[in-house]
Design a protein around this ligand. Structure first.
Ligand SMILES: *Cc1c(COP(=O)(O)O)cnc(C)c1O
Length: 374
């Protein structure tokens, strides 16, 4: 918890669950990424937290933006980004949305199959496209499975098709899985990328860029590598696989840019037991449907603190809604103070990314998660 967030919560005493994001931390994160990977351009993944104040700060610092929809593109533009600083990074787009992005001046699009290339060729003639390749997400806490990307062999066909369709076959992208704590996870995809560059070069198509995606971890309960360690390992892999013909690179941090900048304040609604001497159930006013969606399968384990000190014992943590999936941690019970009481506040750290936008509109009438950016 930063002093600024602590003071804000003490002075303003906002009612109900809320996220407070400290822009100073976002600024430090941006500068750390820029220092750790000075040869890469930064494209902030807007979906992690699109609060206007965050986008405006990053735009001012010189960031570019990875957007997944026309709405996100408009948010980035409203924050002061110019269209040449925006990538339409979703491989699954309606053709009319490609046209809308093109009309706004966006010239860089992600694809992972020929049908998507055809949409871009029709709706954004002359644009640059990069092809996303599959990545197994091994070692990531929030893996991205096979939904996006194609096999590297197919990427060669997809990019050749783009070239023949009058587009600029610009590069290759991948995502090593979110909350990827292994800085060597980029190596294999970089090897595949270099092979694609070489094969296409023989065919007279010179790719220029490798999009290294996101995946940079934020701190939850366990230690994580620093930005510098990611930078070193990734640079070593790029040099090993590309030799003297180094490509342009971009990174798309989402979680690593904003995760540790946010604290979620929540209140204990009930502490109860199902039987005498049984484990305590602690019900909060924040749950899976208003901010804590990433507790799904208990994938992301947030640090949770109480202002009460003293001895702790494990509890099952659940949210306030009438849906039985609204339980955050049951397989791995959380230690909370034995003297925890109804009405106590808890502070959930590392909640700057993937909380506000994952909240439902009004399930059970509960409003979406309130957010303050300071
Ligand atoms: C979600 C996403 C990111 C951000 O990933 P993080 O793990 O949060 O850094 C980057 N690029 C693409 C294409 C994404 O979909």
């Amino acid at each position: 918890m930063t002093d600024r967030i602590m003071n804000f919560l003490r002075d303003r005493r906002p009612e109900g669950p809320c996220l407070v994001v400290d822009l100073e931390v976002v600024r430090e994160n941006y500068l750390r990424f820029a220092k750790a990977m000075p040869d890469s351009r930064i494209f902030y993944a807007v979906k992690a937290n699109p609060a206007p104040e965050i986008l405006a700060l990053l735009a001012e610092l010189g960031s570019n933006f990875d957007c997944a929809s026309v709405q996100e593109i408009d948010m980035a533009l409203a924050a002061g980004a110019t269209p040449n600083r925006i990538s339409f990074g979703n491989t699954i787009k309606k053709e009319r949305d490609v046209a809308a992005a093109h009309a706004r001046g966006v010239t860089m699009f992600a694809v992972d199959c020929e049908a998507e290339v055809d949409k871009v060729a029709r709706a954004a003639p002359g644009a640059r496209v990069y092809c996303r390749i599959l990545c197994d997400g091994e070692g990531a806490e929030w893996a991205l499975s096979r939904k996006f990307g194609c096999e590297p062999d197919m990427a060669i066909d997809v990019l050749s098709h783009a070239h023949r369709s009058g587009l600029t076959a610009y590069g290759v992208s991948f995502h090593v899985g979110s909350q990827q704590k292994n800085p060597r996870a980029w190596d294999q995809a970089l090897e595949s990328s270099a092979n694609i560059f070489r094969t296409l070069s023989y065919k007279g198509i010179e790719l220029k860029m490798v999009n290294l995606g996101g995946g940079f971890a934020t701190r939850y309960l366990e230690d994580i590598p620093e930005e510098g360690e990611y930078g070193q390992e990734i640079n070593a892999s790029i040099r090993a696989h590309f030799g003297n013909r180094l490509p342009e690179t971009i990174i798309e941090p989402g979680r690593g840019m904003v995760g540790n900048a946010g604290i979620l304040k929540t209140e204990v609604i009930l502490v109860s037991q199902k039987a005498k001497d049984d484990i305590r159930w602690v019900y909060l006013d924040c749950g899976k449907f208003n901010g804590l969606a990433e507790t799904m399968d208990e994938a992301i384990r947030y640090p949770i603190t109480s202002s009460r000190g003293g001895e702790t014992s494990p509890v099952i943590l659940a949210g306030p809604t009438c849906d039985s999936v609204d339980v955050m941690y049951e397989k791995t019970p959380y230690p909370l103070p034995i003297n925890l009481e109804i009405g106590d506040e808890l502070f959930i750290a590392g909640t700057g990314a993937y909380t506000t936008t994952y909240a439902s509109v009004a399930f059970n009438g509960f409003p979406p998660l309130a957010s303050y950016v300071i």
